[in-house]
Design a protein around this ligand. Structure first.
Ligand code: ATP
Ligand code: MG
Length: 550
C-alpha cells in the first residue's frame, strides 16, 4: 500500500466520516490529459476502487478564458479508455451561486473587501516570505460599500481588471497565500462553456477548490505537492462557515510525475499544438493520453508504469526508458510477430520452379502456438533487407553472401546466395540464391540449423505501408530546467516517415492493432489508415536500455 492508502485504511478503521470514502479527480478543462494526470487518476480512482468508495469527476471550470467543451469531452474519453469509472460528473461552475453567496457572507462579516488597485500594485504589496506585505488602501472600506461594489462587479458595471474581491486575512502571515488572497475577479471577455454570460465575476481556483470538495462531501481530497502550501488557506475558508466538529474534507499530497525528454505542462503542450510544432494533441510524440494511445501505448502498460513508480512526498524525475521498458514488456506478451522489410532488395531463388506459389505457416509468436498461426505466401521472388546481403562478406558475416553460409528464411526454407546484380550506380538491385527445396521448416528436412535467420516478404503479395518512426520529442533530458526556450530543444529527429513492404496477413488490420515487426520494433496501426492504405506508428524500438541501467 502507498502512504495515502495507509491513511485511508486507518480512517476506515476509526470509522471517520461514518466509513464513507469519497475522492474526486478535479481537472481544469483547459487542455488534454497527460501522463502526469494519469498518476493522479490512478490514485483517486484506485482509492475508491480498493476501499469500496466512490470517485467523482469534477471539472474545475473557473476560468472561461481558457476552458472549452472540447477538453471536457476528451478528458472523459481518456479516463474511460484508461479503464476507470466515475460516480458523478460535477462542475465547479455548478457552485457559482453558492460561492457567490458565500462571498457576500464573507463581505458582511468583514472578511472580504473590494480592492481597486492594479494587479501590479497588489503584487508589489505582497512582500516576500521573510518580509511582511502592506495593507491595501482599500482594505478598511465599509461593508456597505464592499457589498455595493461587488454587486456592481457582477452586474457588468466594472471593466475587467479594475476591481477584485480579496479575503481580509493577514498581510504579514508567513504563508504568502494568507496575504489577502484574491477570491473573485471580473471576466467579461469570454462566455463560460456552461453558464454562458450569466456571470461577470468568477471565483479564483483557491476560493472554489476546497469549497467544491466540501459541497460534494469529498473525504480524501488528494492532489500534488505544490498544493501543500494552499491547504491551510482551503481549511481557513471552510472554517469560516463550517462548525469545528462537523465534517470537512482533508487534503493529502503526493509527488508530481515528471519524465525525462518531455514536458508535463498543459500550457507548453498547448503551445506545441498551436504553433504546429506537433501535429495535434494526439501526436504520437506527445505525453498526452491520446498521444500515447496513438503511439501504441496500451492502457494496461501505462497503468503498470504508474504502479512501478509509486507515490512519495519527494519530487523527482522518472527516466523515460522505464516507461518504454514497461510498454515493451506488455507488448512482448501479445503483439503478433510479422515481417516488414524497410530497405528492400529483391531476392530471386534461381532453382525455385516458375509459378510455384506456396503457403508457409508461421506462429504468431514463436514458441506460443496457443496464440495462433498465420499464412505467408512464398514464391520465387522475395523482398529481403538490403543489409542482410554482402557481396563480399567475411567470415564474421553470417547472413547472405555469395559462396557464403546457408541462411534460413524465417519459418521457411534454407537458401545460399550465389551472386547479385547492380544498377549503373553500383547499387545492388537483385540478389540471387539457390533454395534447398527439402529444408522447409516443420518438415523432416527442416531441422537443419543455420547460423542466421533472415526476414522476407513474398514480392507478388507484399503490401506497401507508410511507417512513421517516432522518437523522443526533446533532445535534452530536462527541457523545463534548461535556460533556452523549450521550443528550441525539440529533437529534430523525433519523426522519420518511411515505407516498408509488409506481409499480406496485414491486409485486414484494425485501428490500434499491435504488432512486432521482426527485428524492427513494436508498431501500431495508425488512425490515418483506410481501405487500401496502411499506416503504422512505431511504438518502441526493440532495444531496451532500461534493464542494463537498473
Ligand atoms: P498542468 O500543470 O499540466 O497545467 P494542472 O495541475 O494545472 O496541470 P489540473 O487539470 O489542475 O492540471 O490537474 C488535475 C489534477 O491532476 C490535479 O489534482 C493535479 O494535482 C493532478 N496532476 C497534474 N499534473 C500532474 C503530474 N505531473 N503528476 C501528478 N499529478 C498531476
Ligand atoms: Mg492546475
Amino acid at each position: 500500500m502507498n502512504f495515502i492508502e495507509e491513511i485511508v485504511e486507518k480512517d476506515l478503521q476509526e470509522k471517520k466520516n461514518d466509513g464513507r470514502i469519497q475522492t474526486r479527480f478535479p481537472p481544469e478543462p483547459n487542455g488534454y490529459l497527460h501522463i502526469g494526470h494519469v498518476k493522479a487518476i490512478c490514485m483517486d480512482f484506485g482509492i475508491a476502487e480498493r476501499f469500496g468508495g466512490v470517485c467523482n469527476l469534477r471539472f474545475d471550470d473557473t476560468n472561461p478564458v481558457k476552458e472549452d467543451v472540447e477538453y471536457v469531452d476528451s478528458i472523459m474519453r481518456d479516463i474511460a479508455w484508461l479503464g476507470f469509472h466515475w460516480g458523478n460528473v460535477y462542475y465547479a461552475s455548478d457552485y457559482f451561486q453558492q460561492l457567490y453567496d458565500l462571498a457576500i457572507r464573507f463581505i458582511k462579516e468583514g472578511k472580504a473587501y473590494v480592492d481597486e488597485q492594479t494587479a501590479e500594485q497588489i503584487a508589489e504589496q505582497k512582500g516576500t516570505p521573510t518580509e511582511p506585505g502592506q495593507n491595501s488602501p482599500y482594505r478598511d472600506r465599509p461593508v456597505e460599500e464592499n457589498l455595493r461594489l461587488f454587486q456592481a462587479m457582477q452586474n457588468g458595471e466594472v471593466p475587467d481588471g479594475k476591481m477584485v474581491l480579496r479575503a481580509k486575512i493577514d498581510m504579514a502571515n508567513p504563508n504568502m497565500h494568507f496575504r489577502d488572497p484574491i477570491m473573485y475577479r471580473i471576466i467579461t471577455t469570454h462566455p463560460h462553456h456552461r453558464t454562458g454570460r450569466r456571470w461577470n465575476v468568477y471565483p479564483m481556483y483557491d476560493f472554489a477548490h476546497g469549497q467544491s470538495d466540501y459541497f460534494e462531501g469529498v473525504t480524501h481530497s488528494i492532489c500534488t505537492l505544490e498544493f501543500v502550501v494552499h491547504r491551510p488557506l482551503y481549511d481557513w475558508f471552510i472554517d469560516q462557515f463550517v462548525p469545528q466538529n462537523e465534517y470537512r474534507p482533508h487534503q493529502y499530497e503526493f509527488n508530481r510525475l515528471n519524465i525525462t525528454y518531455t514536458v508535463m505542462s498543459k500550457r507548453k503542450m498547448l503551445q506545441l499544438v498551436k504553433e504546429g510544432l506537433v501535429a495535434g494533441w494526439d501526436d504520437p510524440r506527445m505525453p498526452t493520453v491520446c498521444g500515447l494511445r496513438r503511439r501504441g501505448y496500451t492502457a494496461e502498460a501505462i497503468r503498470a508504469f504508474i504502479d512501478k513508480i509509486g507515490y512519495t512526498k519527494v519530487e523527482g524525475m522518472i527516466d523515460l526508458g522505464l516507461l518504454e521498458h514497461t510498454v515493451r514488456e506488455c507488448l512482448k506478451e501479445k503483439a503478433p510477430r510479422v515481417c516488414a522489410i524497410f530497405d528492400p532488395v529483391r531476392l530471386i531463388l534461381t532453382n525455385w520452379p516458375e509459378n510455384r506459389q506456396e503457403d508457409i505457416t508461421a506462429e504468431n509468436i514463436d514458441g506460443m502456438p496457443e496464440l495462433g498461426t498465420r499464412r505467408m505466401p512464398f514464391g520465387k521472388e522475395l523482398w529481403i533487407e538490403r543489409q542482410d546481403f554482402q557481396e563480399e562478406g567475411d567470415k564474421n558475416f553470417y547472413r547472405l553472401s555469395p559462396g557464403g553460409r546457408e541462411v534460413r528464411l524465417k519459418s521457411a526454407y534454407i537458401v545460399q546466395a550465389t551472386g547479385c546484380e547492380k544498377d549503373s550506380e553500383g547499387r545492388i538491385t537483385t540478389v540471387y540464391a539457390t533454395c534447398d527445396l527439402d529444408s522447409k521448416s516443420g518438415t523432416e528436412g527442416g531441422n537443419r540449423k543455420t547460423k542466421a535467420t533472415i526476414n522476407w516478404v513474398e514480392c507478388n503479395s507484399a503490401l506497401d505501408a507508410e511507417v512513421r518512426l517516432y522518437d523522443r520529442l526533446f533532445a535534452v533530458e530536462n527541457p523545463s530546467a534548461d535556460e533556452r526556450d523549450f521550443r528550441e530543444l525539440l529533437n529534430p529527429d523525433s519523426l522519420k516517415v518511411t515505407t516498408a513492404k509488409v506481409e499480406s496477413s496485414l491486409r485486414n488490420v484494425q485501428m490500434q492493432d499491435h504488432f512486432q515487426f521482426l527485428k524492427q520494433g513494436y508498431f501500431v496501426v495508425d488512425d490515418d489508415s483506410a481501405p487500401g492504405r496502411l499506416v503504422f506508428n512505431r511504438t518502441a524500438s526493440l532495444k531496451d536500455n532500461w534493464q542494463k541501467k537498473a
